[in-house]
Design a protein around this ligand. Structure first.
Ligand code: ZN
Length: 193
């Protein structure tokens, strides 16, 4: 915890004053351009890897960057997606998977999750991802298929379906490589970073 309190002090002393105008603007404006859906993994930091500033990304992070398909019963993820798309009018949505993902590794290698029932249940949202992946144990392949499957899940949310049909929002699937920092764009390979 000491690390965090030291970090807070450093932020207030060095970082905040350097971006004072930005924070003053953000105090009354919330206009992110992008909804970024990533994994909760501590090594994948959306703002850092995209070089964005506070206010640029509306971020949802879940274990395995899973986006449950729409159901009429509201949940926090659906509400966040709807708010970003229908109220904040983001123009792009990125689903970002990553190398060495614990969730995808557990699924690809068939780990025993009986001691983690909530995890096991949550990872069922990747059933289609597993079904699309031919080779068992191939974590990179599952990571890619999972990003594509979650984009399909995302498209079932009415706010997203409406916005994409109207051409107001574009969906992107990325895979971030922790070892190299490279991002593979699964949806527009020619734009791969
Ligand atoms: Zn992960």
């Amino acid at each position: 915890m000491q690390d965090l309190t030291d970090g807070l002090a450093r932020f207030q002393r060095d970082v905040f004053p350097a971006k004072k105008e930005l924070f003053a603007h953000l105090a009354t404006h919330h206009t992110p351009s992008t909804l970024f859906i990533g994994c909760s993994d501590a090594r994948v930091v959306p703002e850092l890897i995209t070089g964005t500033e506070p206010g640029d990304l509306f971020v949802v992070r879940t274990a395995g960057n899973l986006v449950p398909a729409y159901t009429p019963e509201a949940d926090g993820i659906s509400a966040s997606i709807e708010y970003a798309v229908a109220t904040l009018h983001v123009r792009d949505i990125v689903v970002c998977g990553h190398s060495a993902c614990g969730a995808m590794t557990a699924l690809a290698e068939g780990h025993d999750l009986t001691a983690a029932p909530a995890v096991a249940s949550w990872l069922r949202h990747a059933d289609a991802s597993v079904a699309r992946t031919a080779a068992e144990g191939d974590v990179p392949a599952l990571v890619r298929q999972n990003v594509l499957a979650q984009l399909a899940n995302l498209a079932t949310h009415p706010s997203v379906a409406r916005a994409t049909a109207a051409g107001r929002v574009a969906l992107h699937g990325w895979v971030y490589d922790i070892a190299t920092g490279a991002v593979e764009d699964l949806t527009s390979p020619t734009l791969a970073a």
